[in-house]
Ligand binder design. Structure first.
Ligand code: F6R
Length: 604
């Protein structure tokens, strides 16, 4: 989603802002812009498309000034045009914004009555216009910004810059994070600490409802009620902000490849030699139901976990897509627990669902990658997945680390509920410790999968099939493929095929069958035979036993290591990711920043 940068510096701001915006590119965007105040006057440059277009524009039309704000826009209201790109300006105010101003239509009507007409299709422009109106009525820039914020409904992170004010920036957070960076005689603002990493590692995160007056001398922060607020300054570990491809062609390739390492780190954290070490309060004995809520890939991790919680712990489990959850107003038992899964920890739908269950369930757990995120902070207990920064828009290492943490929670639940004797629990934990090695073996299939991907890249439609916990993985494989290769793909429970989707099968439709040799293998293979009988081109992903029994007649078979049933979805995630990655590379798409997508989805 949109990226925000603000600089109150001692050097020319525009180049610093462009560099910082580059570090936010991973969030996804379709236009970019910068405004500065120079010699007391606001000016701005904006361009559609990648940041290089803005840099080129700045070469021809430089923007001087040591104070500036910048933005990468992921279009919500209005197409990706120069006119709709941020910063938005009205009179003596320029604004950049992440989120959605939900009452912008109502505000527009008021502004029209005051004689101000919008020039863009965006909701953000209303904010600049409202601040302008307050300035025109005699308020100071600080007062005008606060009066404007009072009128806004929705989710936003905002930065205001004013004509004539070279040592002031007003920042506000409601629903979308903002980080204030402390320099020496300089101050910075960013959507996250990653943007500010080259400038400073000393960060203060604004809290919900905060606004801040930032000058070169420091920052004054006020809470929702307008009271002076003290927010801690923290030193952010360099590791948390390092975003390098480390010799890989794409971040996604790097993130797929580093899964054994990050997963090993997460397992060492949660699995010391003497058993599972989860935060205090993670306890399932008295729980009557679990509700797991997330979006996209994270929701597929929840679907896999449902198989684990129900079969291992006998704990009934509902999985919901966050955007549907609260609107269907599900009845919730006070003895239930809710688990929210989110890589970014800022996904608007997931956060809203978390707020919906507050006071309705016994406990709220969050499984997140960003420990400082809103979802982590608002949950009763946050469990970091320790995947490290994930830059590729398509989630890979976060998915496998989410699965690992959820598997440990399911094992803990099973132990708490007396469903696992200590020996069986110890065996499962040993199996988990072996995961990094198994993932390495799966990664070794990369070149073979790259060759198969050459042919997949020609397909119009691709189906993924799986049974049991491999069914959600079929959904995830299809999502991964469609989001980065733009090939239409669907995942189905293999038993469901004959109830409709089998009509799609012909010689042109590759069908990826995810089938470790487990207790459901024979049934999955029967469904695979139904596909082959209709000339479907089957790519079977299985282990050596499965390959011995069922490879005949397939278009191709990828042989993966033999894995304990519990862990198969984690290990098979690797070839599914590789398949999507290599197909996208073969098609020449923008793998790390696929069209239309954003990394951290902070709008509903
Ligand atoms: C797909 C993908 C998305 C995210 C979804 C939730 O590869 O990354 O489907 O999983 O937008 O995002 P988080 O996990 O940040 O809540």
């Amino acid at each position: 989603m949109c990226g925000i940068v603000g600089v109150l510096g001692n050097h020319e701001a525009a180049p610093i802002i462009v560099e910082a915006l580059k570090r936010l590119e991973y969030r996804g965007y379709d236009s970019a812009g910068i405004a500065t105040v120079n010699a007391g006057r606001l000016d701005r440059r904006r361009a559609v498309g990648k940041l290089v277009n803005l840099s080129d524009l700045l070469v021809h039309e430089p923007l001087a000034g040591k104070t500036g704000i910048g933005h990468t826009r992921w279009a919500t209201h209005g197409a990706a045009t120069v006119g709709n790109a941020h910063p938005h300006r009205s009179g003596k105010v320029a604004v950049v914004h992440n989120g959605i101003i939900e009452n912008f239509r109502e505000l527009r009507a008021e502004l029209a009555a005051a004689g101000l007409t919008p020039e863009t299709d965006t909701d953000t422009e209303t904010v600049a216009m409202l601040a302008r109106l307050h300035l025109d009525r005699g308020l100071s820039p600080r007062e005008a910004a606060v009066a404007t914020l009072d009128r806004l409904a929705g989710a936003f992170a905002l930065l205001f810059l004013f004509d004539g004010e070279e040592d002031l920036m007003v920042a506000a957070r409601q629903g979308s994070p903002l980080a204030i960076g402390h320099g020496t005689g300089e101050m910075f603002v960013g959507s996250d600490a990653i943007a500010l990493a080259p400038m400073t590692d000393r960060i203060t995160y604004l809290e919900e409802g905060d606004h801040a007056f930032v000058t070169r001398q420091g920052v004054e922060i006020f809470d929702r009620a307008g009271r002076r607020a003290n927010r801690d300054m923290q030193t952010v570990a360099l590791d948390a902000t390092r975003i390098e491809k480390a010799g890989f062609k794409h971040f996604m390739a790097k993130e797929i490849a580093e899964q054994p390492v990050v997963l090993g780190d997460a397992l060492r954290h949660y699995l010391p030699a003497d058993g599972i070490a989860l935060p205090e309060g993670v306890e399932f004995a008295g729980t009557d139901r679990l509700v797991l809520v997330a979006c996209g890939t994270a929701s597929y991790a929840c679907l896999v976990a449902k198989y684990w919680f129900e079969s291992l712990a006998g704990l009934p489990c509902d999985v919901d897509i966050a955007s549907e959850f609260r609107y269907r107003e599900p009845p919730l038992s006070p003895a239930s627990q809710a688990i929210f899964v989110s890589q970014s920890g800022e996904t608007a739908d997931t956060l809203a669902a978390l707020r919906f269950v507050r006071d309705k369930v016994a406990k709220i757990l969050a499984v997140v990658n960003v420990p400082t995120s809103s979802i982590a902070r608002e949950a009763d207990i946050a469990l970091p997945i320790l995947a490290g920064v994930e830059v590729g828009v398509a989630s890979t290492k976060a998915f496998s680390c989410q699965l690992a943490v959820l598997a440990l929670l399911a094992l803990k639940a099973a132990a708490d509920r007396g469903r696992l004797d200590p020996e069986t629990l110890a065996r499962h934990l040993d199996e988990m410790r072996a995961l990094p090695g198994l993932m390495n073996q799966a990664l070794a299939r990369s070149d073979e999968i790259a060759r198969l991907a050459e042919r997949l890249a020609e397909a119009q439609d691709i189906l993924f099939l799986g049974r049991g916990a491999m069914y959600p993985l079929a959904l995830e494989g299809a999502l991964k493929l469609k989001e980065i290769s733009y090939i239409h793909a669907e995942g189905y429970a293999s038993g469901e095929l004959k109830h409709g989707p089998i009509a799609l099968i012909d010689r042109q439709v590759p069908v990826i069958v995810l089938a470790p040799h487990d207790r459901l293998f024979d049934k999955t293979i029967s469904n695979m035979q139904e596909v082959m009988a209709r000339h479907g081109q089957v790519l079977l992903m299985t282990d050596s036993r499965g390959a011995d029994e069922a490879a005949q007649g397939t278009w191709a078979t990828v042989t993966l290591p033999e894995v304990p049933a519990l862990l198969a979805p984690i290990v098979y995630a690797v070839p599914a990711q590789l398949l999507a990655y290599h197909t996208a590379v073969a098609k020449g798409t923008d793998v790390d920043q696929p069209r239309n997508l954003a990394k951290s989805v902070t709008v509903e």
